[in-house]
Design a protein. Structure first.
Length: 263
C-alpha cells in the first residue's frame, strides 16, 4: 500500500515522523510519502488531494490528510475538539481519509463515489492526526468500513474558490484555480495580471516554454485531472516566468490570494 500524508505540520517537522510511526503500527508494509502544505491552508490540501488522488498511481493508495484550522466554531474548544473525520472513495479506487475543513474536499467532492463521516472522536488530543485518527484510517485502508457514519453531501462542502493561488512550486511557478478552459485568448495575446499590490504584463501561451526568456507566461500548467464527467481534462492556469521566478516577481504572495486579469 502507498500512503500519502498531506498535512500542515511544516517541512521537516517531526510531527510527520510521529504520524508515520502510528500508521505503520497498523500498516507495517506501507510505503509512506509526506507532503507539507502551509499552515491552515485547506486550499492547498484540497488541491493536492485531487492532483495525487485523481491521477494515475498505485491502485492500492490511501491519502491521509490533516489540515484542521478549527474554524468551524469560533467559541472556546472543549477537549481540543475540531472538525470531523471523513472518508471519500475516488473513481479509481483511491481512498481518502482526513478532516473536513475549509476547502480540503472541494476539488474531489464531485468525483467521489462515496463521501461519509467517520465515527471517531472529534476531540481527545491537540494532535488528533497522531493520537485519534490513525487506527480509523488504517482500518479503512484495509477495507474495514465499520466506523463509517452519516453520508456527507457535496452541497455541504464549499466549491473551489476561483482565481486564487493554489500552490507555488520550487521554481516559483504560481499554480492557480483559474480553469484553463474558461479562457478564450489567442496564443501570444498580451495581458495584465494583478496579485496583491503587484501588477505585471504577461503573455498568454498554450505551452509555458513558448515564450522568450524573461517573459511572464499565463498558461495552462502541469496540474489537472479528468473532469468529473469523464470528458476533457481539467487544467489549471499557471504563472511562469521563464528564466526567473514568478512568485518573487509578485512579491511572494500567499496561497489563497486572488489573481486578477486586468486586461
Amino acid at each position: 500500500m502507498f500512503v500519502h500524508i498531506i498535512a500542515d505540520y511544516g517541512t521537516g517537522d517531526p510531527a510527520f515522523a510521529e504520524v508515520t510511526q502510528r500508521l505503520l503500527m497498523a500498516l507495517p508494509t506501507a510505503q509512506i510519502h509526506t507532503l507539507s502544505v502551509p499552515p491552515f491552508s485547506t486550499l492547498a490540501t484540497g488541491f493536492w488531494l485531487a492532483q495525487l488522488g485523481l491521477n494515475p498511481g498505485s491502485g492500492d493508495r490511501l491519502l491521509y490528510h490533516n489540515c484542521a484550522p478549527r474554524q468551524d466554531d469560533p467559541e472556546a474548544r472543549q477537549d481540543n475538539e475540531g472538525e470531523g473525520l471523513t472518508y471519500a472513495l475516488l473513481p479509481n479506487g483511491v481512498k481518502v481519509v482526513g478532516v473536513n475543513a475549509g476547502y480540503t474536499l472541494s476539488f474531489i467532492k464531485d468525483h467521489a463515489k462515496v463521501l461519509q463521516m467517520v465515527n471517531v472522536s472529534r476531540g481527545g488530543s491537540q494532535f488528533r492526526s497522531r493520537d485519534v485518527f490513525p487506527p480509523a484510517a488504517a482500518a479503512i485502508a484495509k477495507a474495514d468500513f465499520s466506523l463509517l457514519g452519516d453520508p456527507l453531501m457535496p452541497d455541504q462542502i464549499p466549491d473551489v474558490p476561483l482565481d486564487r493561488i493554489a500552490w507555488v512550486d520550487g521554481y516559483g511557478n504560481i499554480k492557480t484555480t483559474i480553469p484553463a478552459h474558461t479562457l478564450h485568448l489567442e496564443p501570444e495575446a498580451k495581458i495584465v495580471v494583478r496579485i496583491g499590490d503587484v501588477v505585471s504584463d504577461a503573455v498568454y501561451s498554450d505551452g509555458s516554454f513558448k515564450v522568450a526568456e524573461g517573459t511572464l507566461a499565463f498558461a495552462p500548467g502541469s496540474s489537472g485531472w479528468l473532469s468529473s464527467a469523464g470528458g476533457e481534462p481539467v487544467r489549471w492556469i499557471e504563472l511562469f516566468l521563464r528564466g526567473g521566478n514568478a512568485w518573487e516577481r509578485f512579491g511572494r504572495p500567499r496561497i489563497n490570494q486572488s489573481v486578477t486579469r486586468l486586461a
